[in-house]
Ligand binder design. Structure first.
Ligand code: ARG
Length: 287
């Protein structure tokens, strides 16, 4: 109920809105978690001995999908493949930027077949050129577009070679960032792009040098608390005004509201068992 109500309903309106922010319509690619399960562990969140309720995962995912549609965004679907339980995390399928598509090359054997499935979707959707990357990379899990620059994570999954490949393929500046905490194994677990020049991030997930880079590029970034990061609050999707994220990241909801964003809370607890939240389930298709 009320997934779209700004949750200020339950708070006093304390901070004044300093900025008027504009939402812009987006196009997202998602994969219904019909085959979702945790049968192997490739990140510290995954525990195959814990039960997964696939029906609940589907229900939570459906609410995320309808949240995007109610906000005015287009949601496209890729066919879920049996035997690929992590395919629901569509963000990892590739990067689509200015109509060019680079499909992922996954780190672990368990997810490698997903690369071809996403590549085929990009081709069928008409993105030219579409390539499969030469170097190991997990798509928007580690590449986040902020305006016309691309922030790129490395350390656990995506290689630095893939950062170079993305720079050459997209012709855009790519800033490499070193991830250091295995709980935050993808860039999108530790950093959220909120609009063309604003990010939120969790400093302890990055090396000292990468923290210096982030402070220099984004001096007015929102800094997330341990509690916000530990519920994957930064795994968020923004349209420039509405920020869809887990309802558990309560401090981050407050910080966003103070800065003129509208946090929209959703419950993706079942998908958290695979180590992902809102952004992981969402690939932004940038025509
Ligand atoms: N179980 C998946 C994996 O470890 C989760 C991927 C989460 N996706 C993301 N964009 N962070 O690969």
């Amino acid at each position: 109920t009320g997934a779209l109500a700004p949750d200020s309903a339950t708070h006093e309106r304390t901070a004044p809105r300093t900025t008027q922010r504009d939402a812009s319509p987006r196009r997202f690619l998602m994969c219904r978690p019909e085959h979702f399960d945790v049968t192997y562990a490739i990140n510290p969140w995954m525990d195959p001995s814990k039960p997964v309720d696939t029906a609940l995962a589907i229900a939570q995912w459906e609410l995320l999908r309808s949240t995007y549609e109610v906000l005015g965004h287009q949601v496209d679907l890729i066919h879920p493949v049996e035997g690929l339980p992590d395919m629901v995390y569509a963000a990892n399928g590739g990067v689509v930027f200015e109509g060019r598509a680079m499909a992922a090359r996954f780190t672990f054997a368990e997810r490698q077949p997903e690369g071809a499935a996403y590549q085929a979707w990009f081709e069928d959707a008409g993105f030219r050129p579409t390539i499969q990357a030469e170097s190991t990379n997990e798509g928007e899990g580690d590449f986040l577009v902020v305006g016309r620059i691309i922030l790129a994570g490395t350390g656990f999954r995506t290689s630095v070679a893939a950062h170079h490949e993305a720079r050459e393929f997209f012709g855009a500046p790519v800033i490499s960032l070193q991830l250091v905490d295995p709980r935050f194994y993808h860039l999108d677990t530790a950093l959220a792009a909120l609009d063309d020049r604003t990010i939120a991030y969790y400093p302890p997930a990055f090396s000292a040098q990468s923290n210096a880079v982030l402070r220099q590029l984004f001096p007015d970034a929102i800094v997330a608390t341990d509690a916000d990061a530990e519920v994957l609050g930064l795994n968020a999707v923004s349209d420039g005004h509405n920020v869809v994220l887990t309802d558990k990241a309560v401090r981050l909801h407050e910080r966003l509201r103070e800065r003129g964003f509208n946090p929209v809370g959703v419950d993706l607890s079942e998908l958290l068992k695979g180590g992902g939240s809102v952004k992981c389930c969402t690939l932004e298709v940038r025509a």
